[in-house]
Design a protein around this ligand. Structure first.
Ligand code: SF4
Length: 441
């Protein structure tokens, strides 16, 4: 999912993250087994054209950038050759802008993968949804937030956008059998709304299966680092994820978001994660599984539950699980069969039974499972090293190689990821890029 670059993480936010991580132990939570060649998800971009201009988007909005079906087939073949996955995120740009999107879904399905469309939903009509359903689409991840300059919704707050989120969730619910996820970029100015968005997610737990929060990232230029390709300094200004005049924080961390959520939902308990490539104690993808209904959340599954689910799915299908079908998400009471193995589930069952005891009528209400994912994209450390997501699920294809989709603009421009070199204290940014070795001498 989607990444945004960041400015340096200085020691104070490192310490802040370390303090909060106390409440989240990377040794107690389940480290998801997803890796470079055997993952749950892969990322396909049939186009980089989009109908919106989101604040902090990582992909340049290129018109006439629709890939041909031949090019897309080739990328799917590269995935098949180099990487196992359960589902493919069909993203972009805006994938619904591609005229062949139903056929692209069929192509993904023909590979035996789940087809998940990552869309801002602006181009989705009931007719197109019906066509995609017939093509076999398994799910949608709708990117909806207040940083999108969305026509007809300009100036609407994060919470006012719940009206739009509900419209999209109802569209899918009406058709049925399609997983519905929402992702929102968490900007410093919208961080406060995360607990409310989760409450909205609970109210709609019968039709919203996943809530995703992606911490805002941006490379703020002219400050602490210079950018190099090989030994040549390069200007980073053209990168979509770079700015000079953005004074907002770009180092919100996952534990910080958890801490905020816990003010309203004290029992909120993540169960699994992906760590950083540089820092094993960072929570780059932080997964929580909560169970309940619109009235009550009975609790959170534990690490053992997630380990059993991933391991069993891999044992049976040879793949790690990305998305469970809606039919599985609304049969939460079935999960109680695993309660002997997972303390979290035992807690859910206990609270459910006491709710039943208080009100036997509750038996006729379903227990739903809903995932909450918090993503902490690339962090630039004081050394200039970049703490990426270890086991990145959003790996895409570039030049027959597998690359981080959040840094593909660098691949497109320089054929490789840039290196960041911290600037000596007080040193000014060089107007003219020049080879590294000039400095060394
Ligand atoms: S490393 Fe992968 S998962 Fe992490 S932000 Fe980048 S593309 Fe997304």
């Amino acid at each position: 999912m989607r990444a945004r670059y960041i400015r340096n993480i200085h020691s104070e936010s490192l310490h802040r993250e370390a303090d909060m991580a106390q409440t989240l132990s990377s040794t107690a939570l389940y480290r998801l087994p997803w890796n470079f060649s055997d993952n749950a998800i892969s990322w396909l971009e049939p186009t980089s054209m989009c109908n919106l201009y989101c604040d902090g988007c990582y992909r340049e909005n290129r018109t006439n950038s629709h890939k041909t079906l031949g090019e897309i087939q080739h990328e799917l073949d590269v995935f098949e050759r180099l990487r196992k996955c359960d589902g493919v995120s069909i993203a972009g740009g805006e994938p619904l802008a591609h005229p062949e999107i139903p056929e692209i879904v069929r192509m993904v399905k023909r590979k035996g993968w789940k087809a998940i469309i990552n869309s801002n939903g602006g181009l989705l009509t009931p007719e197109l949804l019906r066509e995609l359903k017939n093509a076999g689409v398994d799910g949608f991840t709708f990117h909806v937030d207040s940083g999108q300059n969305r026509p007809h919704w300009k100036g609407k707050s994060e919470l006012e956008l719940n009206v739009l989120r509900k419209q999209l969730a109802d569209m899918l619910h009406k058709v049925g059998g399609i997983t519905c996820s929402f992702n929102a970029t968490v900007y410093p100015e919208t961080l406060q709304f995360v607990p409310e968005l989760l409450r909205w997610g609970q109210e709609n737990i019968d039709r919203v299966h996943v809530m995703v929060f992606i911490n805002y990232r941006m490379a703020i230029l002219g400050k602490d680092v210079d950018f190099y390709v090989g030994d040549t300094q390069v200007h980073f200004d053209e990168m979509m994820y770079s700015k000079r005049d953005d004074h907002r924080r770009t180092d919100i961390t996952s534990p910080e978001v958890v801490e905020l959520i816990r003010r309203g939902e004290p029992g909120f308990a993540p169960c699994a994660y992906l760590n950083g490539t540089e820092r094993p104690d960072t929570f780059k993808w932080l997964l929580t599984g909560r169970m309940g209904n619109a009235r009550e959340i009975f609790g959170y599954v534990g690490p053992k539950f997630m380990e059993i689910v991933q391991t069993w799915n891999h044992l049976v299908s040879g793949k790690y699980l990305a998305y469970a079908p809606p039919a599985m998400q609304r049969r939460g009471r079935l999960y109680f069969l695993l309660a002997p193995f997972d303390a979290g589930l035992r807690g859910v069952m206990k609270r459910y039974l006491s709710a039943l005891f208080r009100n036997p009528g509750a038996f006729f209400r379903r227990v739903h499972f809903q995932s909450v994912m918090i993503i902490q994209p690339a962090d630039i450390l004081e050394t200039g090293a970049v703490n990426m997501c270890d086991g990145c699920p959003d790996i895409t294809v570039w030049n027959d190689q597998l690359v981080w989709s959040c840094r593909m603009e660098e691949q497109m421009k320089w054929g490789q990821n840039v290196r960041m070199v911290p600037r000596r204290n007080g040193a000014e940014e060089d107007a003219q890029p020049h080879p590294v070795h000039a400095d060394v001498e």
